[in-house]
Design a protein around this ligand. Sequence first.
Ligand SMILES: Nc1nc2c(c(=O)[nH]1)N(C=O)[C@@H](CNc1ccc(C(=O)N[C@@H](CCC(=O)O)C(=O)O)cc1)CN2
Ligand SMILES: Nc1ncnc2c1ncn2[C@@H]1O[C@H](COP(=O)(O)OP(=O)(O)OP(=O)(O)O)[C@@H](O)[C@H]1O
Length: 193
Amino acid sequence: MSAGRAALRRMLRERRREVPPAARIGAAAGIAARLLEHPLPAGARVAGYWAADGEIPLHAWQLRLPRDVTYCLPVVHEDGRLRFAPWKAGEAVAANRYGIPEPVVPSDALLQPDALDLVVVPLVGFDHRCHRLGMGGGWYDRSFAFRHRMPAPPLLVGAAFAFQQVDGELPSEDWDVQLDAVCTDLSTVSRAT
Ligand SMILES: Nc1nc2c(c(=O)[nH]1)N(C=O)[C@@H](CNc1ccc(C(=O)N[C@@H](CCC(=O)O)C(=O)O)cc1)CN2
Ligand SMILES: Nc1ncnc2c1ncn2[C@@H]1O[C@H](COP(=O)(O)OP(=O)(O)OP(=O)(O)O)[C@@H](O)[C@H]1O
């Protein structure tokens, strides 16, 4: 990884953690409205994330999803690819190796990445092409590598505060999975087709 990438990651993570509580609550309402603009099939399975490290929260979106939609959270799996666990507010969670809460469910309840219709992807930075800088574990890139040769679904939509958009373009790597769109508290940036 280039020094530029590491420094950029550090700077953007710091800025994300510094958002005051009132602005964070307002941003959660803003991104919920943007995310709800994406049409979902009946009985859709969608994935969000449990906001950590100052990430833009998704609870306002989760609460406003249609009743027939199954909301899931990511679970880190030993094979290096994420699984997704259906989760409702109040159900049991336990911290994973990074300290992020994950649902506690039997392994046969876990969904594979390709079983989802819409995945809201956490990110540290993004650019106008919908390229993403993540936490550096490569989890989303490995889990959705099949999107290099297959169209959506799952539709991959990044979630971020508007200030997480970088000027110009992020340095890209062969393994980076381009997002279909990025929703922020203020607008939606769609990938050029
Ligand atoms: N909310 C949320 N959940 C998520 C992700 C995410 O970015 N956000 N992930 C997205 O991939 C996966 C977990 N990947 C992660 C990768 C690195 C670190 C992290 O904090 N690294 C620390 C040091 C690592 C350690 O403590 O062992 C760091 O860089 O400071 C966290 C999550 C799945 N769940
Ligand atoms: N499709 C893949 N196959 C094998 N290894 C991969 C793949 N995608 C990513 N990786 C590995 O993951 C590492 C981290 O990648 P990168 O820095 O782009 O992560 P990130 O997208 O920022 O992280 P995350 O998705 O966890 O938020 C890379 O060094 C690479 O070795």
